[in-house]
Write a protein that binds this ligand. Structure first.
Ligand SMILES: [Zn+2]
Length: 109
C-alpha cells in the first residue's frame, strides 16, 4: 500500500518523505500511537517506497518488491510483533541476529 492510499497519517508521511529525500534515513523508526490509526500501513508503505523497483515519488505497490513487502515475504524486511501480550526476549534475539545479516535484495539506503 503506497503512501497515497493511507489517510490520516499526512504529518508522519511528510516526515518520512523528508527523510527519504534528504537521504538521511535513520536506522530505525518507532511507530507509536493509538490502535488502528494506520501505523503499520505507514511502516509498510515506507519499506515499499525505499525498495520499490520503479523509483517514483511513491511506491508503485505493484512491482515484485512492493508485493513481497506487503506479503511479508521480502528477504530484507522483517516485522516484529508481540507474541502474545509482549515482544519476547527470544523474538528480540532472533531479530538482532537477523539485523547482522547483509541485505540480499534491499537497496542500500
Ligand atoms: Zn514497487
Amino acid at each position: 500500500m503506497p503512501f497515497r492510499d493511507i489517510y490520516g497519517q499526512e504529518k508522519a508521511i511528510e516526515l518520512l518523505n523528508q527523510a527519504v529525500h534528504r537521504e538521511r534515513m535513520p536506522h530505525a523508526w518507532l511507530f507509536t500511537g493509538q490502535a488502528n490509526i494506520g501505523k503499520f500501513k505507514t511502516a509498510v508503505a515506507l519499506a515499499q517506497k525505499l525498495n520499490c523497483r520503479k523509483n517514483g515519488e511513491d511506491a508503485c505497490g505493484e512491482c515484485d518488491f512492493c508485493l513481497q513487502i506487503a506479503e511479508q515475504n521480502f528477504l530484507d524486511y522483517q516485522v516484529l510483533i508481540p507474541d502474545g501480550k509482549f515482544i519476547k526476549i527470544d523474538q528480540i534475539r532472533k531479530s538482532l541476529n537477523w539485523l547482522h545479516l547483509h541485505p540480499d535484495q534491499a537497496k542500500n539506503v
